[in-house]
Design a protein around this ligand. Structure first.
Ligand SMILES: *Cc1c(COP(=O)(O)O)cnc(C)c1O
Length: 220
C-alpha cells in the first residue's frame, strides 16, 4: 500500500471520529527497510520517520538529511542509557521512556545539548513480562517523577499484546494520559492504526503497510 493510501485511510478515520483531518501524525517506520524504499518515500515529500535502533538510524539518517534537508526521525524502540547522548543528537522524539535511570540520563543530556525533543512514556498496558514500559498502576507516579526532574513529557506510547483487542489498550492509554494532563498518544501500527485514530492517537507508527514486510536477512 502506498503512503498516500495510508494517509487517506487516516483522514477517513479522523472524519469518522469527528476529529480534524490532519490531526494525526503518520510516522513511517523505516527500520530494516532497504534504503531504496525509504528514498522513494522521501521523494514523495514525507518527512516523518521512525526507527527502533540508534545504531541503525545513525547509519542512514545523516545521509538522507544531507540529501533531503530536515527530516523528523523518531526513536520508537527501547533505549539503553549508554546510547542516550547519541539518541538526543539524532532524534526529534523518544517514544519509549520507561525507567527512572533512563529518564534522568535523558534530562541531563537535554540540558547539555540544549534540545527539546518530544518525549513519550511507554506504558505496558498488557503487563507483559517481556515487554518494555511501566505498568498502568505505576504510570502516574512515573509521570510525576519525570516532571519533578524537569523532563517535559509529551505523552504516552503503547504496543498492545498481539493477541488482544488493541482498542481496549488504546482506551486505557488515553485514560491514563487524560488524568495526567498529557495530550500526546503514540499508538497504532499497520494492523490497527484506524482503531487508534478513532481513540485519539496523535501519532501512529506504521511500517510494513507502507514499505512491505520487513526482511531481516537482507542487507539494509
Ligand atoms: C516496528 C514497529 C512499528 C511498526 O510496525 P508495523 O506492524 O510494521 O506497522 C511500530 N511501533 C514500534 C514500536 C515498532 O517497533
Amino acid at each position: 500500500m502506498s503512503l498516500s493510501d495510508i494517509t487517506s485511510r487516516i483522514h477517513a478515520a479522523e472524519t469518522a471520529a469527528n476529529r480534524p483531518v490532519g490531526s494525526t501524525r503518520l510516522i513511517a517506520v523505516s527500520k530494516v527497510q532497504p534504503n531504496q524504499r525509504v528514498h522513494e518515500v522521501l521523494q514523495t515529500g514525507h518527512r516523518l520517520f521512525g526507527e527502533n535502533k540508534v545504531q541503525e538510524a545513525q547509519g542512514k539518517w545523516p545521509e538522507f538529511r544531507a540529501e533531503f534537508g530536515p527530516v523528523d526521525v523518531h526513536l520508537i524502540g527501547p533505549l539503553q542509557t549508554n546510547k542516550v547522548k547519541a539518541a538526543v543528537e539524532l532524534f526529534d522524539a523518544i517514544h519509549a521512556i520507561d525507567r527512572e535511570k533512563l529518564a534522568r540520563k535523558i534530562a541531563s543530556e537535554l540540558q547539555a545539548q540544549g534540545k527539546s525533543p518530544e518525549l513519550f512514556i511507554q506504558v505496558n498496558t498488557g503487563e507483559e513480562p517481556q515487554k518494555a514500559g511501566v505498568i498502568p498502576a505505576e504510570a502516574d507516579a512515573f509521570i510525576a517523577d519525570c516532571r519533578a526532574m524537569d523532563l517535559p513529557i509529551t505523552g504516552l506510547m503503547v504496543i498492545p499484546p498481539v493477541d488482544e483487542e488493541p482498542s481496549l489498550h488504546f482506551a486505557l492509554l488515553r485514560k491514563i494520559a487524560k488524568r495526567n494532563g498529557l495530550s500526546g498518544l503514540s499508538m497504532g501500527m499497520s494492523s490497527d492504526f484506524e482503531r487508534a485514530v478513532a481513540l485519539g492517537a496523535t501519532h501512529v507508527r506504521v511500517g510494513s503497510a507502507i514499505f512491505g514486510e520487513r526482511s531481516y536477512d537482507e542487507p539494509v
